[in-house]
Design a binder for this molecule. Structure first.
Ligand SMILES: NC(=O)C1=CN([C@@H]2O[C@H](COP(=O)(O)OP(=O)(O)OC[C@H]3O[C@@H](n4cnc5c(N)ncnc54)[C@H](O)[C@@H]3O)[C@@H](O)[C@H]2O)C=CC1
Ligand SMILES: O=C([O-])CC(=O)C(=O)O
Length: 312
């Protein structure tokens, strides 16, 4: 029996796109096609070749190519969209909406034309609204258009908790609900260290500080970098989602999913716990929320709706 390699296209060959391409190849999840605009074709080809030349040293079997021609993305199993501008210190993610919506529309149209059966994962900010844009523009079923925020936000939360407790990050779980903005909702009640509820291990005030740092985790990196936003942890998060889909793992991961009644919400893309498998979002998991958590979630929903109103 011959096993065909998977094909993964990554649109946008900037910091997040290039890093994602490299992680995908290192994990041998498939052959990677890295796409950018024609003016960026040469550096995109250069990055792809440079990565490919790491293969003999690191010992991975995956082809990586750079292009500005969407024909090269034909019949992708997964397309990851990172195309667009990133924020600079002092900006919010929402300040990117007008520019990135235009880019998202153009990119999605090309992606859908050449890979009508693919699964799209969106990273571009403001990601809840951009995932909605890709959904509308592609005409794909909602299960096949997914956004990335919760894996990253939970990873930040888990990092800070592991540091606080001086424990392995491997044993820390976290759950972040809502939009990818400053009022995201890290669900402490559903977070554990080695199966032990965090609330029994960390004093309330410290937990509140960790939640606050998580909410501002993107801005913390933006301020440190000075000229761009995070890319290693975002790329790692995209790859975890892509792997769950490509290998039909049915992982329980937070994704930005289209809600039609879940959590009492309709017609909005928002970060919720999901099962990711071969079909994309196989299931949205509804958690019981306390009244206080509901209030926090609604605040986050209002922020996402405000950005969605700007969409043309
Ligand atoms: N959802 C999340 O958790 C995260 C989202 N982001 C977002 O991801 C996006 C990308 O970030 P970076 O890679 O750091 O930015 P970057 O500026 O390094 O790369 C963006 C790339 O997109 C390309 N691009 C622009 N228009 C395009 C088009 N029409 N077609 C194809 N490519 C196009 C640019 O030429 C550039 O190479 C930003 O919007 C950023 O805010 C970044 C980190 C986490
Ligand atoms: O903060 C940003 O602009 C990029 C991003 O979404 C993140 O790192 O969480």
């Amino acid at each position: 029996m011959t096993m065909k390699r998977k094909k993964i296209s990554v649109i946008g060959s900037g910091f997040t796109g290039a890093t994602t391409a490299f992680f995908l190849a290192q994990k041998e999840l498939g052959d990677v096609v890295l796409v950018d605009i024609p003016q960026m074709e040469s550096p995109t080809k250069g990055k792809a070749l440079d990565m490919l030349e790491a293969a003999p040293v690191q010992g991975f079997d995956a082809n990586i190519t750079g292009t500005s021609n969407y024909e090269d993305t034909k019949d992708s199993d997964i397309v990851i969209i990172t195309a667009g501008i990133a924020r600079k210190p002092g900006m919010s993610r929402d300040d990117l909406v007008q520019t990135n919506q235009k880019i998202m529309k153009m990119v999605t149209a090309e992606v859908a034309k050449y890979s009508p059966n693919t699964i799209i994962i969106v990273l571009t900010n403001p990601v809840d609204a951009m995932t909605y844009t890709a959904y509308k523009e592609s005409g794909f079923p909602k299960e096949r258009v997914i956004g990335q925020s919760g894996v990253l936000d939970s990873a930040r939360f888990r990092t800070f908790v592991a540091q606080e407790l001086n424990m392995s990050v491997k044993d820390i779980t976290g759950f972040v609900l809502g939009g990818h903005g400053d009022d995201m909702v890290p669900l402490v009640r559903y977070s554990h260290a080695g199966g032990i509820p965090l609330e029994t291990l960390i004093p309330k005030e410290r937990l509140a500080e960790i939640v606050d740092r998580t909410r501002k985790g993107g801005a913390e990196i933006v301020n440190l970098l000075g000229n761009g936003s995070a890319y290693y942890a975002p790329a790692a998060s995209l790859v975890e989602m892509a792997e769950a889909i490509l290998k039909d793992q049915r992982r329980v991961l937070p994704s930005i999913a289209f809600l039609e009644g879940e959590y009492g919400l309709h017609g909005i893309y928002l970060g919720v716990p999901t099962i990711l498998g071969a079909g994309g979002i196989e299931k949205i998991i509804e958690l019981d929320l306390t009244e206080a958590e509901k209030v926090e979630l609604n605040k986050s929903v209002e922020s996402v709706k405000k950005v969605m109103k700007i969409l043309a």
